[in-house]
Design a protein around this ligand. Structure first.
Ligand code: ADP
Ligand code: MG
Length: 367
């Protein structure tokens, strides 16, 4: 991605509202043709970031650069970016055709050109047969497509999408996610999507920017942020995670020996640690392995706990286990031959290990 041309750059962007700092110091480069998602909890500053790129909001300091040009003082309609809002903001009294044509008419684009561009974009969003309908005669998904068409007809350099699917029901939403992704691929336009839905972010994006309280916590591919989160926040926001407490006992080649939740174990890690360092060990529920209590539970290195909840999920069996020290561990195991011969009971005492190689070690700050 880095050898591509930057299309949007935010340099040291800061923004406050009423003395409250909303964006602390945002630095972000978005590349041409990329599908980038801003992901984070409600109120973390995603929409504000998008509005600063669009020009609806101005940064208190820092630079906004689009296509190599500093645009801080350039109005929204001259930036080559277009926004699809959460509320589609369609004109209710106008037909689909006129909703899409409206901006072009305002810009006095010749009639013939308007016709060909609107027809083309309605074909792209699969609404060519709905040109004469009014918004209230359309489904939510179709209204969403009109909003998309209205932005695309301007041939934007960058399309900004602020939670564009959040008004749709779950199954329609999944379908539109696929369509949007395919559309972006086909058109090659840079998409910047805002969402608080981690699954949506992971499944649609080339890169995900995880934000929290006005700060970018991590930027990376979906695989990267899921498998190698660089903070407890990112790990927890991008899915379920177990957070265990550990202490380094010894250093070895490509790993450490450690005490984790009271048990001795070996952990692979490239993090530089010293003996005595405390750390957090992050483990995804799907990487946990529950086993029948062994003959020598005190020395086999596995953690010991009691099954406190079993949830049948179809493809997986999700289990909650309480360790002797009170820590709760979530395990999510796929049904396969390996597990057929062992179905643990509620309250049963079991051993818990994990698949080596997937653990993430985060040194405790200030320790
Ligand atoms: N125009 C505004 N005036 C005052 N506060 C605002 C304004 N816009 C956003 N905020 C505040 O900024 C914070 C971030 O908002 P926003 O960027 O919309 O978050 P997100 O999109 O991540 O949910 C929120 O606390 C919100 O209340
Ligand atoms: Mg928002």
């Amino acid at each position: 991605m880095e050898n591509r041309k930057p299309v949007v750059e935010l340099q040291n962007v800061k923004k406050s509202f009423d003395d409250k700092t909303i964006l602390k110091n945002i630095n972000l480069t978005i590349y041409n043709g990329e599908f980038l998602t801003l992901l984070g909890p409600s109120g973390c500053g995603k929409t504000t970031t998008l509005r600063i790129i669009a020009g609806f909001e101005s940064a208190d300091s820092g630079n906004v650069i689009i296509n190599g040009e500093r645009v801080n003082d350039i109005p929204p309609n001259k930036r080559g970016v277009h926004t699809v809002f959460q509320s589609y903001a369609l004109f209710p009294h106008m037909t689909v055709y006129n909703n899409v044509a409206f901006g072009l008419k305002m810009h006095k684009v010749p009639k013939n050109e308007i016709k060909s561009r609107v027809t083309e974009v309605l074909r792209i969003v699969k609404l060519e047969n709905f040109a004469d309908r009014k918004p209230h005669q359309l489904s939510g998904g179709q209204q969403q497509r009109v909003a998309l068409a209205r932005a695309l007809v301007n041939k934007p350099l960058v399309l900004l999408l602020d939670e564009p699917l959040s008004a749709l029901d779950a199954s329609l939403r999944k379908g539109m996610q696929k369509e949007l992704k395919q559309l972006q691929r086909a058109l090659g336009i840079t998409f910047i999507l805002v969402t608080h839905d981690q699954e949506e972010a992971l499944s649609m994006s080339d890169r995900v920017v995880v934000m929290n309280e006005g700060v970018i916590e991590q930027t990376g591919t979906p695989k990267n942020v899921y498998e190698e989160p660089n903070s407890v926040f990112v790990a927890g926001f991008i899915g379920d995670i177990n957070i265990l407490n550990g202490e380094v006992l010894g250093l070895g080649d490509g790993g450490i020996s450690a005490r984790v939740e009271g048990r001795l174990c070996a952990i692979k890690t490239k993090k530089s640690l010293k003996i005595g360092d405390r750390f957090k060990l992050l483990l995804r529920p799907e990487d946990m392995r529950i086993e029948k209590l062994s003959e020598n539970p005190e020395t086999d290195g596995l953690m010991i706990g009691n099954v406190v909840l079993k949830t049948y999920k179809g493809a997986t069996l999700d289990t909650l286990i309480r360790l002797q020290n009170g820590t709760q561990i979530k395990a999510s195991e796929f049904f396969d031959e390996e597990y057929e011969d062992f179905d643990y009971n509620m309250d049963e005492k079991v051993s818990i290990g994990w698949v080596s190689g997937w653990e993430v070690v985060l040194p405790d700050e200030g320790a």
